[in-house]
Write a protein that binds this ligand. Sequence first.
Ligand SMILES: Cc1ncc(COP(=O)(O)O)c(C=O)c1O
Length: 466
Amino acid sequence: MAFSSPDSSTSDDPADGEALQQAVLKNLWIPTMNWSELAEDGARIFTEGQGTKIKDADGVWRYDASAGLMLVNVGHGRQEIVDAIADQLSRLHYVNTFQYSTPNVIRFAEKLAALTPGDLNRVQFLSGGSEAVETALKIAYQYHVNRGEPGRTKFIARQDSYHGVSRGALSVGSAGVLARERFEPVLPDNVRFAPQPLLYHDDASTTQEENDVRCAKAIEAIILAEGPETFAGVIGEPVSFSAGVAVPGDHYWPMVREICDKYGLLLIADEVITGFGRTGKWFAMEHWGVTPDLMTCAKGITSGYWPTGACIATDRVFAEFQGGPETTFPHGFTYGAHPAGGAAGLANVAIMEREDLPGNSARMGAYMLDRLNGLRSHPIVGDVRGIGLMCVVELVKDKRTKEPFTAFSGAGKMLKDHLAEGGMLTRAGGNFVFLAPPLTVTKQEVDEMVDMVDASIGYVESRLGF
Ligand SMILES: Cc1ncc(COP(=O)(O)O)c(C=O)c1O
């Protein structure tokens, strides 16, 4: 194993570990875990974090190579965020957030208005990403009602995108283990799906530009087929993580922006993962110089130190909610705009600015992508993609046909387990190995992580007879 421990802490009490395992099996519902697998393998339980690593209940430190759920952007163990939260909680821990506010929340809204592109100046705080997406969909819907166009009720989303698990957010998503299929009908008949801009899986295009144009035009075709007056908006992640880090080229987002403007749809950029430096800029839409009408954020907004999300609207959108009482937005979550979220967000963003973490994400991301490209010679590596510290290695059974491994081939689990044994925890499974570490990652840490992925892919190949 190629990395050194961040300190020499001793193991936690193993007897305690056994009791915790028993309690997990008896009382805890870890939602996406297969129960029989959990009973066989035992749960992974963690007790400490520092920088890019976390320590399990047996005292073993490993890389947290997906930054939790792609969100521990400033790294683990940041005492100054903990202190800011503690200070807020000890002075005033809560007020009625539907009617009042608190200084840290107000200052954080001001800060976000300054950081986000264009005139995204109006911030509603929530507790997480799904709530932010629900809020954005409802704002888009009511925006048109307030403008006298209540017939605009439908949304266009993209295949393989993911926007959260609540039923509205689920209705505009289509991907992965949290797939909507098991919950149909979600919001029946209100969502249409356009193709994801991902050249590797687009047999109809040979260049990124062709892929961009084809996917953007597909949105326009949907609008024209059913009538612009029936659509409220388009929602998409600037770079879809769930679709396998689908990085569009130069043309896609500017074209989608233009199409939305032409037909009166609002553009919702879901920056829940991509926001706060993950792609090498503060917000991913900056790569294309596009300002959405609504932006959803969560995850990196506080690096996970406090559950927080935000839905940010442009001045133009907010203007439609400034008429009489019937135009106000009847919406709110009890823990949205929690005072501690404001404190955590301000402290988190201060670290990101002071340490130029978006810049480090751009530099280390480019280096990581370059190193990962070196894995293309593996027989099962089909493609490597990334932007900033959001990279993926796509595994295939057959490079020529791009045939994926099935969920039952065991390749994903084999790889994930081998990586964990080698000292690295990351999102891997099915056909993707994701790398999205904290934005504080160093060159040496990137080298160690890529070497581990290299070794684990080699291990899977030898086990599967490639
Ligand atoms: C793009 C995107 N939107 C929304 C969500 C939902 O966020 P949450 O899990 O905080 O509800 C996620 C979560 O991974 C996400 O990746």
